[in-house]
Design a protein around this ligand. Structure first.
Ligand code: PEP
Length: 252
């Protein structure tokens, strides 16, 4: 039985004051979150603060990115040991905004995945197709290629200690959620692909869905058999909305 995970990706949003408010709201509502594990991924500069605020709660903390390097002359980068030291348990890698805006390749993403694991963080590996790729009917090819880069570098067993987030790029921040069946089809493809290499890993790995998840659609989405929770962008910035999503697995 896989425990659902709901992780909030705050992206480049927030301030010290707004984070105090958001975390206070989340802490207040966590008692009603019965089934899902919960994590939030603040901007780097607020991770320490959030980790401090999350102490003694069931709220986990993650980063939105990670360097593929350990230390040294890599201006602007933040390494796995640093993230671990300030209280992260998770590191998102390969978010579509990193891939599209900053040109991060499948191979580079795989190296970040490897760095997260090496330094004791659970990678949340984002995969997903662009709208034109879906329209061309190559969704599975794209998602398969993104997974293969990680499997080639780290081996299939590594995915058993990671989280995968399927995030169709056309659904991110657009209000256009994939239908539960569209999401399920890709999640089932991912699990079946992994099962050809290692059934134990396929059965165990949490596959989150991300793309315009809200309190109003989370129950239906998370009710699909291969959806194990969500990676939540915009809706994770408001305590009530995020908590409604975190409670959704109570009912699925
Ligand atoms: C995301 O950025 O990972 C995401 C899923 O964003 P949103 O929920 O806003 O679509």
């Amino acid at each position: 039985m896989r425990q659902p995970l709901v992780a909030g990706n705050w992206k480049m949003n927030g301030s010290a004051a707004s984070i105090d408010t958001l975390m206070a709201g989340l802490k207040q509502g966590m008692a009603e979150v019965k089934t899902a594990a919960v994590a939030v991924c603040p901007p780097f500069v607020y991770i320490s603060k959030v980790a401090e605020l999350a102490k003694g709660t069931k709220i986990g903390v993650g980063s939105q990115d990670i360097s593929d390097q350990e230390s040294g002359a890599f201006t602007g980068e933040v390494s796995g040991p640093m993230l671990k030291e300030v209280g992260c348990q998770y590191a998102i890698v390969g978010h579509s905004e990193r891939r599209a805006i900053y040109g991060e390749s499948d191979a580079f993403t795989a190296r970040k995945f490897a760095a997260a694991r090496k330094f004791g963080l659970i990678p949340i590996l984002c995969v997903g197709e662009l709208l034109e790729e879906r329209e061309q009917g190559i969704t599975e090819q794209v998602v398969g290629r993104q997974l293969d880069a990680v499997i080639e570098l780290e081996g299939i067993a590594a995915l058993g200690q990671a989280v995968i987030a399927y995030e169709p790029v056309w659904a991110i921040g657009t209000g256009k959620t994939a239908s539960p069946q569209q999401a399920q089809d890709v999640h089932a493809f991912i699990r079946a692909k992994l099962a050809t290499l290692d059934k134990g890993v396929a059965d165990k790995v949490q596959i989150l869905y991300g793309g315009s998840v809200k309190g109003s659609n989370a129950v239906e989405l998370f009710g699909m058999p291969d959806l194990d929770g969500g990676l939540i962008g915009g809706a994770s910035l408001t305590a009530d909305e995020f908590l409604a999503i975190c409670r959704a697995p109570n009912q699925s």
